[in-house]
Structure formats: C-alpha cells, structure tokens
Write a protein that binds this ligand. Structure first.
Ligand code: NAD
Length: 479
C-alpha cells in the first residue's frame, strides 16, 4: 500500500492531479451516473441525505456531515481539481471549530484509555474462559458480548426462563447484524455456541474471570460469591456488576477479597461504551488490571473509580435528576425541562431518562446516595415516592412521567401533574434550566475529584459521554 501510494504521489507531481485522479477513478455505478445527468434526481437524493442527517443531529452541534453533503453537491459537473479545492476549503473551516476540537480530544483520550494500562501497575490475568452468574438484563448482555468477542462463557441462572430469555436476546442482537449483512448465519451460530448455559455451578472451575450480575442485594451477592469461591480456580478473579453496593462490602466475608473487583456495565450492555472498574479496599492491582483488560477486549472504555457509593456516573447523574425534580416541584413543566436538555444535546431529557431507568430504581439509588452523603445529595424525594406508591414505575410498566404505547414514549401524562399536585405554570428560560441542571453535575464532579473517586477531570469527561450520552460535541462535563 505504501509503495502504491508513493507511486501515486509521484505521478501526481509529474503529471498533475487531474490526470492522476482520472486514471484511478473507478467506473461509475448506474445510480451515480443518473444523478449526474438528471439534476432533479440529484436534488432529491441530496435533500433526502440532508433530511436524514438532520433527524439525527443539528448542523449547529455537528456541522461536518452537512458540509460534506454540501461539498458533494457543489462538486457535481466540476473538474476534479475544483471539487478538491472546495473540499479543502470546507475542511479548513471545520477543523478549528469547537466541535472538531472536542471530538478529536475525546477520540484521543478514549483511545489512550483503551491502550494504556490505566495507571495500574500489574499484569492482567489472561482470560481464556469466563462465567457470568445471573442471566438477567445485565448478565445476559455481558455474556452476549463476551461470546461476540470469541470468549467462551458459562452462563448461570437459578431460573430456566431467565436463561432462555438471555439466549433469545443474544440471538436477536446477532440477528440484527445478520439483517444488516454485518455477519453471516454461520458466524452467528458460532458465536451463539460460545455461551454454555447452566442452572448449577459446574464449569466455574475453568473460568479465569467470573462476573456476578444477580439481583442487587448484599446478602445474595455475598452468598453467590461464597459459593463461587468454593469452585473457582485459585487465581481466578471475581467481578461484581453491582450498581450501588460497595465492593468492599460484597467482599467482606470472602476467602480472597483481593480477587474481588467491581466491573460496572451500563444498560444496554452492547450499546453503552463505558465500564466503571472499581477497586475495593482489598482488591489487588492484578484483579483491577484483569477487569480492565477484559473490558477493553469487549470493546469498552474502562474508567477506574474509587469504591464509593454510586461510584462515579450514577452519583453525578443523581444530582442532575434531583435538580430536574426540584424544577418540577417549583412548577416548571416536564416538557420544558426535557426539551431544554434535549436542546443542550442530551439524548433525552431527565424525566424521559427517569422513566427509562425505572422510578423505583432511581428512588433506590437516590436513597443510597442520600444515606451516604446527606443533605448535599438529598433531592425532592417526595415526587418519586408519590409516583412509585401510585404504581408508576416508568417505561417498564408503561406508566411514568410519560405515557407509553407499547415501548414507545408518547406524551407527558397530564395525570402526573394532578398526582403530584403541581400547577406547572412557572416559566423559566431554557438557558436557566440547562444551567441549573448541568452545573449541579459540574459541582458534584468537582467533589468526586476532591474525594479521589475519579483520578482526573478527563476520566469524568469520558465517563459522562460514554456512560450517559452527555453531548460529545461539548467534549465532556468538565471540558
Ligand atoms: P435482573 O433482575 O434482570 O437479573 C438478575 C438475575 O439474577 C435474574 O435472572 C435472577 O434469576 C438471577 N439470580 C438471582 N439469584 C441468583 C443466584 N443465586 N445465582 C444465579 N442467578 C441468580 O437484574 P439486572 O437488571 O440484570 O441487574 C443485575 C445486576 O446488575 C444488579 O446488581 C444491578 O444493580 C446491576 N446493574 C443493573 C443495571 C440495569 O440498568 N438494569 C445497570 C448496571 C448494573
């Protein structure tokens, strides 16, 4: 490739760009040729491209794709050199934009996070085989991902139904790739065969890494760890996917607490790029390095965080959700709050997010954090109490702040205002709403740095972008 590229450059210097490019130009496809000779068709295709792109992103936030379409359009019927000139000019205008700088910065740090040792001075254990305990939403997702990367995984649950569901869900992820021709049927079958389901603990002896994703209950998790330790090989690492329990507590009665580590995936596992790696008070550097390296193998961005309540992302997010609920309690409409944050660039507003997470789960996390940090983190918990005690759990039971048709969120449920006895008549500018919610997160991020929950601002920026969808064009919460 290098030799050919150099030959091409020499030719361009000797004979000029036009002559060189026309020589390497491939044959046009029928569609391209038609677009060239039929301006109305071209207009239609480009309009569609604009529209489709516009549905996903806004030119103000991400100008490059729109400018690319502009370059394609402007280059029609022009000599190649003119087209290249125009492209160069557009690139020149795009490179110094804040969006470009932020995205490049994120990309560089994301790559660095994956390729470095993350500051852990230990050699990770080689993971040839893995096991996942608990085949629920998270366990099933983790097993699918391990199998996808060709790592054999023993998947255990105490319920037969859970295993069947997990296998079905894993197959659906591959079927989706199959339909988009990203994979063949044979490959899908091969990957499926990497998951070995079981209702007992046999097979744990072969696993170098056992990941626990059973229900969020300290006693259950300690019991599962004790049973696993009886079977696991002496060097193997035990990772917990807990979202709120201290790793130190889970490992409190372990035979080998140094081999217990936190490996916190986000839901849905195959889509969310972040994994928090948590070192408990006794966790060995090798266990941390093993969990970290495994996350990288699964294609994730690992961020190492301290074993503190809520770890990093859920703790910061709780402050954001609390501020949203405070605004609602003051009488600002849910629609206005959610729209303000969507306009800021979040994938969805805080109330849509609360519904998606589950109002009971959000309430539980809020209580854990309040118990740990007191008033600073206390929200207007009464709103969630009222919602949950009235059977409104969010998307999972089709009743939350919003209404649902099947899985689809429709409109804010007017009943919500009545139930909460909120007049919803206060109006505040979108910028005020954005500042109140975003700065609540910024403040907590600073406390996390002071408490060494995160090691540096860069880790927080990456974690919030990869774990919550904080708008990448902004570069991250602290950036
Ligand atoms: P889930 O209820 O969907 O699945 C839990 C599974 O564990 C069930 O299938 C249950 O039958 C099984 N189980 C219970 N006891 C078991 C045992 N002794 N051995 C084997 N299996 C057992 O729960 P989930 O949402 O997948 O959550 C699992 C863990 O992941 C929890 O600790 C949770 O806090 C954490 N987590 C959840 C999310 C999320 O968004 N759902 C995100 C991050 C972390």
């Amino acid at each position: 490739l290098e030799r050919e590229s150099l030959a091409l450059l020499h030719r361009a210097i000797d004979k000029g760009v036009d002559a060189t490019v026309s020589r390497i130009r491939r044959k046009k496809k029928v569609g391209e040729w038609l677009m060239e000779v039929l301006p109305p068709l071209r207009r239609y295709v480009l309009d569609q491209a604009q529209k489709k792109t516009g549905r996903k992103i806004r030119p103000r936030d991400y100008p490059a794709p729109f400018r690319a379409i502009e370059a394609v359009e402007a280059a029609f019927g022009k000599p190649i050199a003119e087209g290249l000139d125009l492209e160069a000019r557009i690139v020149g205008e795009l490179v110094p934009t804040q969006t470009s700088k932020n995205l490049i910065w994120l990309f560089k740090n994301q790559t660095a996070m994956k390729s470095s040792d993350g500051g852990v001075q230990a050699t990770p254990l080689r993971v040839d085989r893995s096991a996942v305990l608990g085949a629920g939403i998270m366990g099933g997702g983790i097993a699918q991902l391990a199998a996808d990367r060709g790592i054999p995984v023993r998947l255990k649950d105490i319920r037969y139904d859970a295993i069947l569901d997990a296998l079905r869900t894993a197959r659906e992820v591959w079927d989706h790739k199959l339909r988009r021709r990203r994979m063949t049927e044979r490959e899908a079958q091969q990957k499926m065969a990497f998951i070995a389901p079981t209702l007992d603990d046999t097979g744990l002896v072969h696993a170098d890494l056992v990941i626990e994703a059973v229900v969020e209950n300290l006693e259950v998790k300690q019991k599962v760890l004790a049973e696993a330790e009886r079977r696991m090989e002496s060097r193997a690492v035990f990772a917990s996917n807990t979202s709120s329990l201290p790793i130190g507590d889970i490992a409190a009665r372990a035979l080998h607490p140094e081999r217990v580590v936190g490996l916190h995936f986000f839901n849905p596992v195959h889509r969310m790029p972040l994994v928090e790696v948590i070192a408990g008070r006794h966790t060995s550097p090798q266990a941390v390095a093993t969990a970290r390296a495994f996350a990288v193998r699964l294609g994730k961005v690992p961020v190492i965080v301290k074993d503190a309540p809520g770890f990093l992302v859920n703790r910061i997010l709780t402050l954001y959700l609390n501020e949203a609920m405070r605004l609602l309690a003051e009488g600002v409409r849910i629609e206005a709050i959610d729209e303000a944050m969507a306009a800021f660039g979040m994938p969805m507003g805080p109330f849509a997010l609360l519904d998606q997470v589950g109002l009971d789960t959000a309430k539980h996390v809020g209580e854990v954090l309040e118990a740990a940090f007191g008033d600073r983190i206390a929200g207007d918990g009464s709103l969630l109490d009222v919602m949950v005690s009235n059977g409104r759990l969010g998307q999972k039971n089709g009743k939350g702040f919003y209404r649902y048709r099947g899985d689809k969120r429709t409109t804010v449920d007017p009943e919500t205002y009545k139930l909460l006895a909120i007049p919803a008549a206060k109006e505040l500018p979108a910028e005020t709403l954005q500042e109140r919610m975003v700065l609540s997160m910024v403040n907590e991020a600073i406390v996390c740095l002071e408490d060494s929950v995160a090691r540096e601002p860069r880790d927080i920026d990456l974690a919030m972008v990869m774990g919550t969808g904080f708008p990448p064009f902004r570069g991250g919460l602290l950036r």
